[in-house]
Every structure is written in C-alpha cells, then in structure tokens.
Design a protein around this ligand. Sequence first.
Ligand SMILES: [Zn+2]
Length: 63
Amino acid sequence: MPGDVLIRDVLELLIVIAVGGMVVSAIGRLRRREIEVYRCPACDRPTSRAYPRCKHCDTPLEG
Ligand SMILES: [Zn+2]
C-alpha cells in the first residue's frame, strides 16, 4: 500500500536525521574538548597549556 511506503520513508528519513545529528554533535564535542581541555600527563587532571606548569601537581607541561 502507498501509505505504508510513505510512512517507512518518513521513518527512514527521521532515523537518518537523528543519526546525523548525533554524529555532528559528537564531533563538535570532541573538537571543543581538544581545544579547551589539556590533561596533565602526570596527574591526568584537566589543566591549561597557557600555564608552563600544571596547576594541580606543578609538573612542567610539554609544548
Ligand atoms: Zn598535574
């Protein structure tokens, strides 16, 4: 029946949109995390590369 085909097409489209939105938001989150958070190699806590040393454990940071 044509009605069933239409509903299936709409559902497929909604799934594609939902999956696409999840992928885009996951990539955006990853990018933000890479830019904003740098983890100290010694204590594994988020710190900033703006400082020459980790503000938690005073380990010199690379880069
Ligand atoms: Zn540290």
